[in-house]
Design a protein around this ligand. Structure first.
Ligand code: FAD
Length: 448
């Protein structure tokens, strides 16, 4: 690594962290990239639906070419945070000129309803990480029943529904929206994967039920219908008989369990759409009805990790609302509300800055913008901190014996490809960290 440049620590090797590393390196900065997972990629590896193989492979190649840069040191299987291998203060004390936090949205958002702890209640990430094989979720016993309710109508809901329909062949999947058909957040492309299982008659009668309210606030129910009808032109094939339904103007109020604390239903309150300051709001009407089901999944987005060690407000790390280095009018800077001052060397990007917001392209742009903010910050510094890379390396070797380097990642991915090809699979992933570390160790023995 370059001994005379600025040193920046990036925490989190998802798309935001990796693309920001490239931007910093292209501008003469040396980067140390810490990552909780053994493999880089974040949700590009463990969120994006497994059979989007081309997209995932394309991203892996881009990530690999960035990781190869000599100005970048990668430490995988190293967790930062209050309960991590190092606290954020430890990283600060290592002597970096700046720290960029790109840890994504690792916290879980709940609605604090009665019954959320019952057996059969999940968060979308439990399901997504399971089918994308992220340890330790990959080896959990994911007991899925026959009739599933999902709260939320975005693309993550669609990915979860797709898995339940095509891999689990459940009887019904019913997704509930707080607002109406015009406010669904999923894209046509994601709908196409489950279109063959869509209960169009149920949708039409649901649209009938809510159309007068839509018209009252200036929405056109026919536009919503044609969005669905267009998407139905291009359905993916299915062998599953699952019925997939969409329900609107309904908010969950309470999850009901049996004597064994297993989910048997969910109580939903009916809503009315109203316009407030130009925004479409759902207002509860007070009347409730019970929907029978044995599984409830919340696909309502995530929050940042409350245990990371940075100040949090409203599920987000606190940003400096009066940024010193704004980019596109956005603040990438962390703020300490207790001291009422910016944390001058700590920056945020990607889903760590704006939880559960946007696709990989957005996270990449956010990482690049945050790097621009950091470069402007560095240009205000007189000289730079000492080259801390050797000390960092020593601290990691002492504290985290099972850390993983970029060479280890290449070896691991090659081994997974070799196994996939030997087994005639499209892809293969080890299910546990122990298996991954064992494969890496074996490779080292062979190479030595
Ligand atoms: C179910 C699902 C499906 C999606 N499908 C698509 C799609 O099809 N196409 C698309 O473009 N986008 C998709 N996205 C969105 C995309 O994955 C995100 O935009 C992107 O991954 C966000 O990048 P990020 O770097 O901000 O965070 P993440 O990808 O979450 O990366 C965070 C990284 O930080 C690391 N980390 C976390 N905590 C710590 C810690 N304490 N210490 C050290 N490291 C830590 C993690 O190991 C991880 O590597 C999907 C998202 C989800 C949830």
């Amino acid at each position: 690594m370059n001994g005379s440049s600025f040193n920046v620590a990036i925490i989190g090797a998802g798309p935001a962290g990796i693309f920001s590393a490239r931007e910093l390196i292209n501008n003469g900065v040396s980067v140390v990239l810490f990552n909780r997972d053994i493999k880089p990629g974040g949700l590009a590896e463990y969120g994006i639906y497994p059979d989007k193989i081309k997209m995932k492979e394309g991203l892996r190649k881009q990530f690999a070419s960035i990781l190869e840069l000599p100005e970048l040191a990668y430490y995988g299987n190293v967790s930062i945070g209050s309960n991590g291998d190092f606290k954020i203060e430890d990283i600060r004390n290592m002597g970096f000129d700046a720290i960029l936090v790109t840890t994504g949205a690792q916290g879980t958002k709940w609605l604090n309803l009665k019954g959320e702890k019952l057996t059969g209640v999940f968060h979308a990430k439990d399901i997504v990480y399971y089918f994308n094989k992220l340890p330790p979720f990959s080896t959990r016993d994911l007991a899925i029943g026959r009739n599933v309710v999902i709260i939320g109508v975005g693309n993550v809901m669609m990915d979860v529904a797709r898995y339940l329909i095509h891999d689990r062949h459940v009887n019904t999947v019913t997704a509930f929206a707080r607002r109406g058909p015009a406010e669904v957040k999923f894209t046509r492309k994601e709908f196409e994967y489950i279109g063959s299982n869509f209960d169009l008659d149920a949708y039409k009668s649901e649209l009938d039920r809510v159309s007068s309210n839509m018209v009252e606030i200036g929405q056109d129910p026919l536009q919503s219908l044609s969005f669905i009808m267009d998407a139905l032109q291009n359905n993916a094939e299915t062998k599953s008989k699952t019925k997939f339904r969409l329900k609107f103007l309904s908010s969950p109020r309470c999850i009901l369990g049996d004597e064994n604390d297993k989910v048997v239903g969910i109580e939903m309150e009916e809503n009315l759409l109203v316009l407030e300051s130009g925004k479409t709001i759902a207002k509860g009407l007070g009347n409730r009805k019970v929907v029978e089901c044995d599984i409830v999944i919340f696909a309502i987005g995530d929050s940042v990790d409350p245990g990371f060690g940075l100040p949090i407000q409203n599920n987000e790390f606190v940003k400096n609302s009066n940024p010193r280095f704004p980019v596109d009018d956005i603040s990438y800077e962390c703020f300490d509300p207790i001291k009422n001052a910016p944390m001058e060397d700590i920056f945020l990007a990607g889903w760590a800055r704006n939880a559960s917001n946007g696709l990989v392209g957005i996270a990449r742009k956010d990482g690049i913008n945050a790097s621009q903010a950091i470069l402007r910050f560095l240009s205000t510094k007189e000289g730079h901190a000492r080259n801390c890379c050797l000390e960092v390396d020593q601290a990691i070797r002492t504290t985290v014996p099972n850390f993983v380097t970029k060479e280890d990642v290449i070896n691991l991915e090659n081994e997974e490809k070799r196994i996939a090809s030997a087994m005639g699979l499209e892809y293969f992933k080890f299910l546990t960290n122990a298996e991954m570390l064992y494969a890496i160790k074996q490779k080292k023995i062979i190479q030595s």
